[in-house]
Ligand binder design. Structure first.
Ligand code: GDP
Length: 448
């Protein structure tokens, strides 16, 4: 459904090349396209409105770097806001409770709870090496109980036997006891759904929650149900202390809409996504950035813009220049920032020759800097220092060096080398810092 969003946006901006900034005027059409695309994809109206406002806010005044087009910059902004809306990062399951950690799945009938129970069990077993037990409390549908038993056999995961004439809460309690006795790490409780939200279902889910105290209470929702997903999500979220969401059937075509709305309306993270009927390979952890680029249909634009914009972290560079100008020292904290920056720019040696003053350093120092040690290693060493040590490297004497080396999983020799490199950098920056010009140029800023 989102297929053409990127295309449309690119089209909208076609005549805008050469404009230096995004403005209310030049983004109006683009905002309309985003709005339409979201509505078409069944995203709830309040969510759409809110989203459009956020995109407008971040777009206004945004500078368009020469090597990019306004369309590209705008798409990147939409992407970032999408990612933000969906929670930025993947939220993992919290299984830190004393075992067995109980995971309770709630949702409407047909949303995919039983299938998802098995998928999740298999995922935990294979990826997290957990001992998992499952139980069905769906006493209204004997077929559902059988289905779970069958799936359990298939994936070789223990299923606690339950029968339709039992009470759901009792089944869950017995299963929990059995899981405790059997030293299982995780107990997955599959609950009964109804075709529509109703009080009896909620009351039962609440009773089950009270009885087995799940660490994860996951709302299972069918991505294909569009606007309905929003109402259902709201009802479940109001009635139950949900810890997260599993979005099933994301392999169908309405994949974006429900994800956006459900996350925005419940405020709960989507932890997994169902992507097929198969138990194996039918579930994957939910990554907001991946979904965002799928919604936009053009991940490559986003990474292109990221590359261009991040090659030079302007704000960082500005701070650094000011720091040097003001005469305040260059410390290991700065060195670490510098390393990160340099890494983005393609590594130390690739910019060595661009560094003014490099030729004047003793050959030994140049070699030390060009050592070729991956910068991550250097960063690891700095990471294992205390903030005080980073700010005052001169206090790093022998015993501290040993501790730092151990912390970074390396040798004292490596720590010594790094400190030596740092000293060289410090000298060099002091020299360059006089006018701040060399550094500014290095970091891609215009010397003032
Ligand atoms: P429950 O009533 O909530 O337990 O739902 P079920 O687990 O019985 O699933 C209902 C239907 O949805 C079944 O036909 C499943 O195969 C299907 N299903 C579940 N998850 C997915 C998914 O991620 N993708 C697809 N395409 N189908 C799914």
């Amino acid at each position: 459904m989102f297929d053409n969003l990127t295309q449309k946006l690119t089209q909208t901006f076609k005549n805008l090349r050469g404009q230096g900034r995004l403005s209310e005027d030049n983004i109006r059409d683009a905002l309309r396209e985003v709005r339409l695309a979201l509505l078409e994809a069944d995203v709830a109206l309040p969510v759409v409105k809110d989203f459009i406002n956020k995109v407008r806010e971040s777009a206004l005044g945004e500078e368009v770097v020469k090597s990019l087009s306004p369309g590209q910059v705008f798409i990147k902004i939409v992407n970032d806001e999408l990612v933000k809306l969906m929670g930025e990062h993947n939220d993992r399951l919290d299984l830190s409770a004393r075992p067995p950690a109980v995971i309770l799945l709630a949702g409407l009938q047909g949303s995919g709870k039983t299938t998802t129970s098995a998928k999740l069990a298999l995922w935990l077993k294979e990826k997290e090496k957990k001992r998992v037990m499952m139980v069905s409390t769906d006493v209204y549908r004997p077929a559902a109980m059988e289905q779970l038993a069958h799936l359990g056999k298939d994936i070789e995961v223990e299923v606690f036997p339950s029968r339709p004439e039992q009470q759901p809460v009792q089944i869950a309690k017995d299963a929990l006891e059995a899981a405790q006795r059997g030293v299982f790490d995780v107990l997955i409780v599959d609950t009964a759904g109804r075709l529509h939200v109703d009080d009896a279902m909620m009351a039962e889910a609440q009773a089950l929650t009270a009885a087995v105290q799940p660490v994860e209470l996951l709302f299972v929702v069918d991505a294909m149900t569009g606007q309905d997903a929003v109402n259902t999500a709201k009802a479940f979220n109001d009635a139950l202390p949900l810890t997260g969401v599993i979005l099933t059937k994301a392999d169908g075509d309405a994949r974006g809409g429900a994800a956006l709305s459900v996350r925005a309306i419940t405020g709960k993270p989507i932890k997994f996504m169902g992507i097929g009927e198969k138990i194996r390979k039918g579930l994957e952890p939910f990554y907001p950035d991946r979904l965002a680029s799928r919604i936009l249909g053009m991940g490559d634009i986003v990474s292109l813009v990221e590359q261009v914009q991040q090659d030079v972290d302007v704000e960082q560079a500005q701070k650094m220049t000011e720091k040097l100008r003001s005469g305040k020292g260059f410390d290991l904290e700065d060195f670490r920032q510098q390393l990160r920056q340099l890494e983005k720019m393609g590594g130390m040696s690739s910019i060595m020759d661009k560094l003014p003053g490099m030729g004047e350093l003793p050959a030994e120092a140049q070699a030390a800097m060009q050592d070729g040690k991956p910068m991550r290693r250097l960063e690891a060493i700095i990471n294992s220092m205390t903030p005080g040590e980073r700010r005052h490297p001169e206090i790093i004497k022998a015993s501290r060096r040993r501790r730092i080396a151990a912390g970074a999983g390396t040798t004292v020799t490596e720590v010594n080398k790094l400190l030596k490199q740092f000293e060289m950098m410090q000298k060099m920056f002091k020299k360059m810092g006089k006018g701040g010009r060399g550094l500014s140029r290095l970091l891609g800023m215009n010397p003032k």
